[in-house]
Design a binder for this molecule. Structure first.
Ligand SMILES: Cc1ncc(COP(=O)(O)O)c(C=O)c1O
Length: 437
């Protein structure tokens, strides 16, 4: 049990004092002021939805206006003479993106959106043969991931019924043990061309040991890639050291880069000069000869070589701002605060709300990130009613069918008092309030 349990069991006053004490000692507390917290009833929302859409850094508006001004003032010359010239713009986020995910700068690139990048990666890294044709994913994967892998399997002329292997959860709340994954890999690994695994599973909030999964997959001769939609900006990632072949993530969740933000991609340096097939476009062409406009595609070494188009500057500007915030806060300090915030949330639920909420997410801190996935005791209708009641109180989580409320305190802008307010709101709920029509 988290170390907070004793003070919480002293009741609401103990929890409130503890929250105030933890907030006053939080070395990252000033970062909250760098974000727009949506208003509620004359105050601010208690916003726990950073795992879906992160909040807006206040500096984003100015960064976008800078680009609009340069475009108005300079026209095409903005590519070279803007405040942040557009031609090399994507390289302005390279160092901080690499730092964030534990990669070398040449291993990362900001481009496209997540599902697009997963497809581009699979074009190169899912090369099925008659013997080794399958993709291995977790059962209950995010629909877009499942759609993407299923369509890749079909694209290569195989049948998902035999070439899509889904690992079922074997733990009481449906989470997946490493032993279960290992069992499937040992039994069927020789059929598996690609393991595509989440860093953090979107519904359960379970975090996985990526280095170990890579080791197990590689031992069977599989390529191993990760979807880090819920991992980037949440966990302290060490992508290079994990040995993963590739990874892709979006930037609108923990990375606070806005709705539909430009996504990220990692390709391990051992593939930097890969001659694997790829879908090409001029922005992936070697920079030194790109504008010679020749007919022969020569990929830029590293992740940049998978780019297709010149990047959307209006989408890169918020990412640049956001990564600067992460750089200043530091991912290890953010993770340290996150462990406390989510530990405090867990302790409040176990200590005060156990009759209402059951935690689905693993309790071991190393097996989860910010998010706790919560099932409401009594079933789906009761769950929806609580979820809707919380929204009326300005407590914003999200709902995932069939019966999960996800609550995700983000260490950049959530306070311990936010978490305390969530618990008080749940404790003040009487079934019947917020009942779905
Ligand atoms: C795990 C996971 N995969 C894929 C997606 C789809 O992302 P996009 O719409 O950016 O392609 C999401 C979006 O929330 C996600 O959480």
């Amino acid at each position: 049990m988290a170390p907070f349990s004793e003070r919480i069991s002293a009741g609401a006053t103990g929890a409130e004092e503890l929250a105030a004490e933890l907030d006053s000692k939080d070395p990252l507390r000033s970062f909250r002021d760098e974000f727009h917290i949506p208003p509620h009833a004359g105050g601010e929302q208690r916003y726990f939805c950073g795992n879906s859409l992160g909040l807006q850094p206040k500096a984003v508006r100015g960064a976008l206006l800078d680009e609009l001004d340069d475009w108005a003032r300079l026209g095409v010359e903005g590519h070279f003479h803007g405040k942040h010239p557009w031609m090399p713009y994507h390289s302005f986020v390279r160092e901080s993106l690499a730092e964030l995910v534990g990669a070398q700068p040449s291993e990362v690139v900001a481009m496209n959106t997540l599902s697009v990048n997963l497809h581009l990666m699979m074009v190169s890294f899912y090369r099925p043969t008659k013997e080794r044709h399958a993709i291995l994913i977790e059962a209950g994967a995010f629909p877009s991931d499942r759609d993407a892998v299923e369509s890749q399997v079909r694209f290569h002329g195989f049948d998902p019924a035999t070439s899509l292997i889904e690992v079922e959860g074997d733990e009481p709340d449906g989470t997946i043990s490493m032993a279960a994954l290992e069992r499937v890999l040992v039994e069927r690994g020789k059929e598996v061309a690609l393991v595509l695994w989440p860093g953090v599973q979107y519904r359960s909030g379970q975090a996985f040991d990526m280095a170990e999964i890579t080791r197990l997959g590689h031992a069977q001769g599989c390529v191993v890639g990760f979807d880090l939609a819920h991992g980037a900006g949440n966990l302290e990632l060490k992508l290079h050291d994990s040995g993963a072949d590739f990874a892709a993530w979006c930037s609108y969740k923990y990375l606070n880069s806005g709705p539909g933000a430009i996504a990220g991609c990692f390709v391990h340096e051992r593939h930097a000069r890969s001659d694997r097939p790829r879908f090409a476009g001029w922005w992936g062409h070697d920079q030194s000869t790109r504008f010679k406009m020749g007919p022969n595609f020569q990929p830029t070494p590293g992740a940049d070589g998978w780019q297709l188009s010149n990047p959307p500057i209006m989408a890169l500007a918020p990412l640049r701002v956001s990564l600067d915030v992460f750089h200043r806060a530091g991912m290890s300090r953010l993770r340290a605060k996150s462990l406390q915030l989510t530990g405090y949330l867990e302790a409040l639920i176990r200590g005060r709300l156990a009759e209402t909420l059951q935690i689905v997410t693993p309790s071991e801190p190393e097996r989860r990130g910010c998010q706790l996935s919560l099932r409401v005791v009594g079933g789906r209708e009761r769950g929806r009613a609580l979820f809707e009641y919380l929204a009326t109180q300005g407590v914003i989580g999200d709902w995932r069918e069939p019966d999960v409320i996800r609550i995700s305190p983000a260490p950049l802008y959530n306070s311990f008092d936010d978490v305390r307010a969530f618990a008080d709101a749940v404790a003040g709920w009487h079934p019947g309030q917020g009942q779905a029509a």
